[in-house]
Design a protein around this ligand. Sequence first.
Ligand code: DC
Length: 227
Amino acid sequence: MADLVITIDGPAASGKSTVARLLADRLGVSLLDTGAMYRAVTLAAMEAGIDITDEDDLLEVLETRRFEFSVVQGVTEAYVDGVDVTDRIRDPEVTAKARHIASARRVRERLVEMQRRLAGGRKKIVTEGRDQGTVAFSDADVKFYLTADAGERARRRQADLRAKGIDESVEQVQRTIESRDRSDERRAAGPLKPAPDAIIIDTTNLGIEEVVEKVLGIVRERCSEKL
Ligand code: DC
C-alpha cells in the first residue's frame, strides 16, 4: 500500500480526470486513471471479436492479453500486448461499450487487484474512477466525490468532442451522459456512489482551477505530515 492515497470518484464529465491530473502534478505524486483500464479491456475485447456481455470471454481476454499503463506528462498511456492504444481507447465506440465491461463483476475484481498492485508500487498516489473510495481503496487518506448537474456536464463533454472534430447536439450528449450515469449507478458491483466518508464537491458553478485549489487545500490540511 502506498503511504498516501487520494481517491477522486464521480460521474462522466464531472471534471475528475482534469482535477486528478492537476492535483497529482501539483503534489508531485503518481496518477492512476482507472477508466483507462476499463477502456483498454473494452478495446481488446472488441478487437478479439468476442461477445462483450459474456464474462468468461472477457476474463479470457484479461488473462491472455498484456495490459500496461503509464503516465507521461499527465496523460495515461495504455498498451495492449505492447501496442500503444492511448488514442483508440478514447473512441466514442469504446466509450459506449465500456459499460458492459464495467458491469462484469469478476472483471472488476481483477482490475481492482491490478489497481492495488499499481498503487502499491508507488509512494503517493491520486487515483480516479467510480469505485476508488468505496471499493479499491476504502482506507484512502482522503476521498473526494466530484459531481455537477447533467446539463453542465453535457456542455463540457460537447466542448471536448468538438475539440476532437465530433459535432453532437448538447441534448444528445446529455442523453448519452444520463444513460451512462444510470448504468454506472445501478450495477451491482462497484456502483458509482460517494463513499460515506467522501468529501462531495459540486463543480457545476466552479472552474477547474477553483476545484483544484479547494481539493489541494483539503489535502494539505488533512495530510500535512505525509506530503
Ligand atoms: O472515466 P472514464 O469515462 O474513462 O471510464 C470509462 C468506463 O469505465 C465507464 O464506463 C465507467 C467505467 N469505470 C468504472 O466502472 N470504474 C472505474 N473505477 C473507472 C471507470
